[in-house]
Design a protein. Structure first.
Length: 191
């Protein structure tokens, strides 16, 4: 039910944005900001998949290690990863060592190489059209939408893995395809 609240610094944010300094910076500078570009979107897609079942804070704090481990999330480079790279990644304590998620990250890079449209165009084609009602409470923010279901289905059809509707919606939120900053949040009033 929680509404936007002032943090220790007096700034009104979505409640999760006030729980740690890392979250405040991510909330204020990245979450809900339009993001474009193949490598940037592939990184977010990958990190959202790694986050599944974990705290986003865990992923956020390991993001630089993920970038090093996955060649800066350059899809062409990651698409060439082989079994020795998977073992290297499984031995890397600086990232989340989950074989299914590592395999999916490599598979998704390969799927990007096979796309007949740019990844940017494909993902953004699922952004809702028109204005949406701004959520007032966290309980007003959906975990899944018709658009995220359609995105997940389209990605799976194109060979992507570990991208269900919930992960797709989290990606949409993180990359500004939807703006779920609560109505009392400073970011909502900045738009």
């Amino acid at each position: 039910m929680t509404a936007a609240l002032p943090g220790a610094d007096g700034v009104r944010r979505c409640p999760w944005g006030n729980t740690t300094e890392d979250y405040a910076a991510y909330h204020d500078e990245e979450w809900g900001v339009e993001l474009h570009g193949e490598a940037a979107l592939y990184e977010r897609l990958s990190l959202e998949a790694f986050q599944s079942g974990l705290s986003w804070l865990t992923i956020l704090r390991k993001r630089e290690a993920f970038r090093r481990a996955f060649a800066g999330f350059e899809p062409k480079k990651v698409a060439e990863f082989g079994p020795e790279d998977v073992e290297r990644l499984m031995d890397d304590a600086a990232i989340v060592r989950n074989r299914a998620k590592i395999d999916a990250t490599i598979r998704n890079a390969q799927a990007i190489a096979d796309l007949d449209v740019p990844l940017d165009d494909l993902l953004w084609s699922f952004a809702p059209k028109g204005r949406r009602r701004r959520p007032k409470l966290l309980s007003d923010v959906p975990a899944v939408t018709d658009e995220s279901k359609a995105m997940a289905k389209a990605l799976k059809k194109r060979g992507f893995a570990f991208v269900g509707p919930t992960t797709a919606y989290a990606l949409m939120q993180a990359t500004g395809m939807v703006d779920d900053h609560l109505s009392g949040c400073w970011r909502a009033s900045a738009r």
